[in-house]
Design a protein. Structure first.
Length: 755
C-alpha cells in the first residue's frame, strides 16, 4: 500500500465522514460538536490555576514541540481568557479516575478533570484533534466532551522472553498505550528462552539465563534452528527508568515472573531448583517444556528473594506470577513432590500447583501486593485473593467472577495479537489463528452470563503479544497496529459493534499519524478480503469479495488479475473446482496484494453440516461450514481455514440433499506437537439414507494418516447415501515427554471432501 493511496483514502473517508470528522479513539462517552474552531498558536497561554501536577502540561508541550516546533507558556493568571487553555483539577491527588470534561470554544479551551489522569486524557484528546504535520493554522474543532473509562484495566502485554527489545522500544510501546488512553503495561520478563530482569542476589539469572545458543527459524513445524547466540536483559536502573516513564503517562507496569512453568532459563542458571538437578540450557525452541520449578523450600526461598527485588522495582498493586502451561511430568516422578502431596493432604499434582501458587500469594500479600495469573491457576483451587487473566476463552474468567475474584478478560479468540490479522496467505508467518481488527472490535469483556454484582469483578481487557515470530520492534508494531486501537475503544467502554464502519472511518485517519510517527503498521484493512457462504441454489458456494471501495478485478483461470480483468460487481457462484485471484485497482494500477483462493468442489461442498461438539472460539471463526466451504486449509498457516477442538472429538454429519453414489471421503487434519496439535486417533466414515441408521464403511488409523501427511483419504465400495458422518476422536491427553504433557490435545480439521 503506497503512501499516496493512504493519503487518498484518508481524504476520501474524511469527505464521507464530514458530519463527524473527528478521529477520536477511543470514542468519548459524550460528544457534542459545535460550530467554529479554536486556533492554537505560539501565543496561546496555559492557565494552570489549580492544575495539580505539571507533568501533563510538560508532556503536552513536548508533543507540540515535536510536531509543530513550539511550546506554550504557562501562567497562574491572565488579564484576558482569550487564546488560553484553562485548566481546573478538582483533586490533583486522585490518580484513579480518568474522568474529564473538555470544551473547545472559539476563544478558549477549558479542561476540567477529577484528577491528574483525567487531565492527561484531555490532552490526549486534544492531540488527536490537531492536524497532522506543520500547517499555517492549528485549528481544533469546537466541541464539548464528557468522558471517562468504563474499565479500570485497559492493558497491553509484551513478551520479551522469546525476543528481547531494547529500552528505547519499550518506551515507544508505552507511548502507544498512552496515545490510546490505555493504563496497564503487562511486561512478560521471564521465559524458558530467556530471563530478562537483573536480580542482584542471583547474578547467574542474567549471566546464564539471559542468553541462548540459538533460536528457531521459521515456523515451529519446520524445526529449524540457527546457532547465533541471542539474548539481553534490563538492568535495574533501566527498569526504574521505564517504570518512571510509564508513571508519568499514568500507566502501571505489571511485571510477570513465570512460575512454576516456563522457567527453564532460570533452571539453566540454578539447576538445583528443579526436580532432576539438570543440567539445563536456556531453551532454543518455542512451546511448553517439561522442566519446571520443584516445589521445595529452596525454591520458595529463591522465588521470595527474587520477588523482593521485583517489588522494589515495581510499585504496582498486582504482580503477575504466570501459572500457565506447567506440565506435571517431573512432579509425578519426583519423590519430594509426592511426599509433599501426601504431607499436605493434596489430591494430585494440580492441587500441588494450587499449593505452590498459594505459597507465593501468601508471601506477596504479606508485602501488601496481590497476585494475578493466567486462568490455569483456577485448577486445583484458586488462591484466596488471586486475580485471573482469562486467556483460554472467557469461561475461566466467568467462573472466577462468580467466585468473586477479579478478572482481566484476554481470550485468544479476540485479544491475541500474535495471530494473523489479514489473509494468512499474504501475512508474515505467525503462530496461527485469524484475528482481524473487526473481530477485536466485536469483543465484549463482560459476559451476559454474569449478574450485575458478578460483573463488577471484571476489571477490563488486555491484548497479548507473544513474540516467538516477532524478532524486531518493527514487526511488533505491525502486529499491534491498528488492532490495539480497536481494543482500546473496547476497554474504554464506548465500542459499538453495530457501528463498526464509524470506527473504521476514524481509524483510517490514524494511519497518517502512524506514518508521521514512523510506526510500522498493518494495512490489512485495505486488502481485498473474502468470505464464503452456502449457495441457495444447492450447488457449490458463494464467494464474496470486499475492499474499502469499489475497484476489485478478478480471474477464475488461475492467472493474475489486471485492470482489464473482469470487474467484481456481485458475489460469485463457485460450482466447479477453480482458482480465483483478485486485487484492488485504482486508475488502472494495482493497489493491493493479489489474493488467491483455490476451490475444490465435491459432493459435500456447500451442503448442510452439523457438529456434535462445537469448535473452540480461538479457532472456529467459520464454524461447521468451514469443513464444507470448498477451501482446503494451508498446512503451514493454520489461520481461518481450520477449526480446532480442544480436548473434544469431531463428529460431523453432512446432508448431501439427496441419495447418491459415494465411494471416497477425504479429510484434512493437522499435527504440530509444539502447539499441542495432534492427529486424531482415527478417522471413520459412516453413511445413511435416512439420517437415523448409519453404517460404517471405512476407518483409517492414525498410522495411515501419518503416512498420508495429514490427508485422511478413504476409498470404499460404492455406497448409496444421503447423509455422511465423519468421526475423528481427539488424541486425548498429551503424552509424557511432549510439550504440554498431561494437557488436552488440540484437534485441527478442515475440509471434508466427498466423491
Amino acid at each position: 500500500m503506497t503512501s499516496r493511496l493512504i493519503v487518498f483514502l484518508v481524504l476520501l473517508f474524511n469527505i464521507a465522514f464530514s458530519q463527524n470528522p473527528l478521529p477520536l479513539i477511543p470514542k468519548p462517552k459524550e460528544l457534542v460538536q459545535k460550530e467554529g474552531d479554536f486556533v492554537l498558536n505560539k501565543g496561546t497561554l496555559i492557565l494552570i490555576g489549580n492544575s495539580g501536577s505539571n507533568t501533563e502540561i510538560k508532556l503536552f508541550n513536548q508533543f507540540l514541540k515535536s510536531a509543530y516546533g513550539f511550546e506554550l507558556k504557562t501562567t497562574n493568571n491572565s488579564k484576558s481568557p482569550l487564546n488560553t487553555i484553562q485548566i481546573q483539577v478538582e483533586n490533583p491527588k486522585d490518580n484513579q479516575s480518568g474522568e474529564y470534561e473538555l470544551k473547545v470554544l472559539n476563544s478558549q479551551i477549558q479542561i476540567f478533570s477529577k484528577g491528574n489522569i483525567g487531565l492527561f486524557y484531555a490532552f490526549q484528546t486534544l492531540e488527536q484533534m490537531l492536524p497532522i504535520g506543520k500547517t499555517a493554522e492549528l485549528k481544533i474543532p469546537c466541541i464539548e466532551i464528557k468522558d471517562e473509562p468504563k474499565y479500570v484495566w485497559r492493558g497491553m502485554h509484551l513478551d520479551v522472553g522469546r525476543h528481547f527489545f531494547p529500552k528505547e522500544f519499550i518506551k515507544k510501546y508505552i507511548d502507544y498505550l498512552a496515545m490510546y488512553k490505555m493504563n496497564t503495561f503487562h511486561w512478560h520478563l521471564t521465559e524458558d528462552q530467556g530471563w530478562r530482569i537483573e536480580i542482584k542476589k542471583y547474578p547467574k539469572l542474567t549471566e546464564v539465563g539471559a542468553w541462548r545458543k540459538g533460536s528457531m527459524v521459521g515456523h515451529y513445524n519446520d524445526q529449524k534452528f540457527d546457532d547465533k547466540k541471542y539474548g539481553g536483559f534490563y538492568t535495574q536502573e533501566e527498569i526504574k527508568e521505564i517504570v518512571a516513564y510509564a508513571k508519568e503517562r499514568h500507566i502501571t507496569v505489571v511485571p510477570e515472573i513465570e512460575m512454576p512453568g516456563h522457567s527453564q532459563a532460570a533452571l539453566a542458571a540454578y539447576p538445583e531448583l528443579s526436580c532432576t538437578g539438570g543440567p539445563f540450557e536456556v531453551a532454543m525452541q518455542w512451546g511448553v517444556l517439561d522442566d519446571v520449578y520443584c516445589p521445595k523450600e529452596a525454591t520458595f526461598e529463591f522465588l521470595e528473594n527474587v520477588l523482593t527485588e521485583v517489588l522494589d522495582l515495581f510499585p504496582s498493586e498486582y504482580i503477575h506470577i504466570g501459572g500457565d502451561e506447567s506440565p506435571k511430568t517431573r512432579w509425578k516422578n519426583c519423590a519430594p513432590c509426592q511426599a509433599l502431596i501426601k504431607k499436605e493432604g493434596l489430591k494430585d499434582e494440580h492441587e500441588l500447583q494450587s499449593y505452590f501458587i498459594r505459597r507465593i500469594e501468601k508471601f506477596l500479600n504479606s508485602k501488601g501486593r496481590q497476585i494475578i495469573g493466567w486462568d490455569e491457576i483456577l485448577e486445583g483451587g484458586l488462591a484466596p485473593n488471586a486475580a485471573v487473566m482469562s486467556w483460554r476463552g472467557t469461561e475461566g474468567g466467568i467462573a472466577a467472577a462468580k467466585q468473586k475474584h477479579k478478572v482481566v478478560m484476554t481470550p485468544g479468540s479476540h485479544c491475541y495479537f500474535d495471530h494473523y490479522q489479514g489473509e494468512p496467505k499474504n501475512e508474515p508467518v505467525a503462530i496461527g489463528g485469524y484475528t482481524t481488527v473487526e473481530k477485536v472490535y466485536s469483543f465484549e469483556p463482560t459476559s451476559k452470563e454474569l449478574t450485575e454484582e458478578e460483573a463488577k469483578y471484571i476489571l477490563g481487557a488486555q491484548g497479548n503479544v507473544w513474540t516467538e515470530y516477532m524478532n524486531t520492534p518493527e514487526h511488533v508494531e505491525y502486529m499491534i497496529m491498528p488492532r490495539m486501537a480497536a481494543l482500546a475503544e473496547v476497554a474504554w467502554g464506548t465500542s459499538d459493534v453495530s457501528k463498526y464502519q464509524d470506527f473504521q472511518n476514524r481509524l483510517i485517519q490514524h494511519f497518517s499519524v502512524y506514518e508521521a510517527k514512523g510506526i510500522n503498521y498493518s494495512k490489512a484493512l485495505f486488502e481485498v478480503t473474502s468470505k464464503v457462504s452456502p449457495s441457495d441454489k444447492e450447488q457449490g458456494v458463494v464467494f464474496l469479495l470486499k475492499s474499502t471501495k469499489d475497484g476489485i478485478h478478478f480471474t477464475t483461470d488461475g492467472t493474475n488479475p489486471t485492470a482489464v480483468s473482469k470487474k467484481y460487481e456481485e458475489p460469485l457462484l463457485v460450482s466447479q473446482s477453480q482458482t480465483i485471484k483478485a486485487a484492488y485497482f485504482e486508475d488502472g494500477k494495482q493497489k493491493s496484494a493479489v489474493i488467491e483462493q483455490p476451490f475444490f468442489i465435491t459432493k459435500s461442498t456447500g451442503k448442510k453440516i452439523s457438529l456434535e461438539n462445537q469448535p473452540h472460539g480461538n479457532y472456529g471463526i467459520g464454524g461447521s461450514f468451514t469443513l464444507v466451504d470448498g477451501m482446503r486449509g494451508n498446512m503451514e498457516k493454520y489461520g481461518r481455514d481450520w477449526i480446532g477442538f480442544w480436548g473434544k472429538d469431531m463428529e460431523a454429519t453432512i446432508d448431501l440433499g439427496k441419495k447418491q453414489d459415494v465411494s471416497k471421503v477425504t479429510v484434512d487434519v493437522l499435527t504440530s506437537e509444539g502447539s499441542w496439535i495432534y492427529y486424531p486417533k482415527y478417522v471413520e466414515v459412516l453413511v445413511s439414507t435416512d439420517g437415523k441408521m448409519f453404517r460404517s464403511v471405512k476407518r483409517v488409523a492414525v498410522e495411515e494418516i501419518i503416512q498420508q501427511k495429514g490427508m485422511a483419504s478413504m476409498t470404499f465400495d460404492k455406497q448409496k447415501a444421503k447423509y455422511i458422518k465423519v468421526i475423528a476422536p481427539n488424541a486425548g491427553k498429551i503424552p509424557e515427554g511432549k510439550p504440554g504433557a498431561g494437557s488436552d490435545c488440540w484437534l485441527f480439521v478442515d475440509e471434508i471432501m466427498v466423491e
